[in-house]
Design a protein around this ligand. Structure first.
Ligand code: SME
Length: 137
């Protein structure tokens, strides 16, 4: 389900904050499930424009998280076969699902221009953040 306008504004601010505070977060954005369809729609983001505004379930890292319901940390995107490239500068990616009332409603997606940059603390922080976001969705 897509966020309402107020929530979108908050999510946009979260993207800006993460982008400003963490130097190796080089594309920070949200994808949400498109109603009951098995596809994700791009939500608020900060970073380069992407061609991937709609992602079918199962495709790429994001599409895999839409079905696995688990955080996916990719230290090296070039080692992934099922990966959708947004920018040639991207070397690593982390995607964390947003689970509301047991349903996977969307995700935060972060790309990095560095190889293997994401720490256990990043993952914990993002998982906490997605739990908080679920409460306002
Ligand atoms: N790389 C993602 C697609 C989204 S862009 O990174 C913004 C993927 O493989 O699902």
């Amino acid at each position: 389900e897509s966020p309402n306008h107020n929530t979108e504004v908050k999510l946009q601010k979260i993207c800006h904050l993460l982008d400003q505070e963490i130097p190796y977060f080089n594309w920070t954005g949200f994808y949400f499930r498109n109603g009951h369809k098995e596809e994700l729609i791009l939500g608020p983001y900060v970073g380069a424009e992407t061609d991937h505004t709609v992602i079918p379930f199962g495709k790429g890292i994001c599409g895999q998280v839409a079905v696995s319901n688990e955080t996916f940390v990719v230290p090296d995107v070039h080692a992934q076969e099922n990966y959708l490239s947004c920018s040639i500068a991207t070397k690593a990616e982390i995607v964390v699902p947003i689970i509301k009332d047991g349903n996977n409603i969307g995700q935060i997606d972060i790309d990095s221009h560095e190889l293997d940059p994401f720490t256990a603390e990043d993952r914990e922080m993002l998982e906490w953040l997605c739990d908080e976001i679920a409460k306002i969705m």
